[in-house]
Design a protein around this ligand. Sequence first.
Ligand SMILES: Nc1nc2c(c(=O)[nH]1)N[C@H]1C(S)=C(S)[C@@H](COP(=O)(O)O)O[C@H]1N2
Ligand SMILES: [Mo]
Length: 318
Amino acid sequence: MLIRIPRRSEPRSSEITPESVWRERRRFVEAMGLSGIALAAPGLAAAAHRQDALRVLKGVHPSQWKVDEPVNSFKDITHYNNFYELGTDKRDPARFARHLKTRPWSVVVDGLCEKPTRFDIEDILSSFPLEERIYRLRCVEAWSMVIPWVGFPLSALLDRVRPLSSARYVAFESIYDPKMLPGQKRRVLDWPYREGLRMDEARHPLTLLAVGLYGKELPGQNGAPIRLVVPWKYGFKSIKSIVRIRLVDKQPPTTWNLIAPEEYGFYANVNPEVDHPRWSQKKERRIGEFLRRKTLMFNGYEEEVASLYAGMDLNRYY
Ligand SMILES: Nc1nc2c(c(=O)[nH]1)N[C@H]1C(S)=C(S)[C@@H](COP(=O)(O)O)O[C@H]1N2
Ligand SMILES: [Mo]
């Protein structure tokens, strides 16, 4: 048998926080009125200097959308990231997150709609009811995590601008500011990072605009101040630090699809039956666990989303 030596960037399973433990801890913290202070608990202590600087989000409601699996620790979720604007190593985003200034910040929603609008991030935070949702995130690189997001459905924001019936796709753009973001000084990607969804995918109730995690505002490395979360698609569809959302009539160009179209499709639905050309997608490594687990069709959200793709050849539309 091979003995697998964990890489330095891999957290140990002891760092994974079962949801019950985290909830208990949070109830205690809330009861003590300590929410502004870092959660004083073993396992979180190492990240405390970052976590305690984050604002607690007010009026967050629990949601029906929660997977029944242990959530990853705050440390895992914030120290094993893909965010090329802040560097290409998994540890770079945490290291360079301070370069990302998130105030002032606004999101322009325009294109094929009756009321194109620039939303200030503070207005977004105060005017959309926030929910906590526990979703799986499955990266195309065959690792996964379970993350307690705070956010609201993208459809609520789209409703505000009154999309026209000619709007068939939604195009998203991340911040572009090479002076500020160290990773954008090099053209590793064709900046700004871009993503897109078909209108029915964008309006699906699972499609979330996340503004926080673990009850607090998003840390920079996770895409502050606002990012998309599409739980049935590979992680790269969940675009971070969004500044523009455009309603369009044609399928928009997307970053990874532009770089390697045969490896990264527009749909990018999690699918154990369709391998990436260079590796299998049948299994995944849950960050914090030792044995690999089976990847689920649509990342476990088959019941909710399979009907969106009825009649489509998923080998062709990968
Ligand atoms: N703007 C931007 N968004 C991005 C990325 C990126 O490099 N830039 N990486 C994507 C990839 S590949 C993944 S797996 C997820 C990771 O999200 P997380 O770090 O919050 O887990 O963000 C996605 N969104
Ligand atoms: Mo990813």
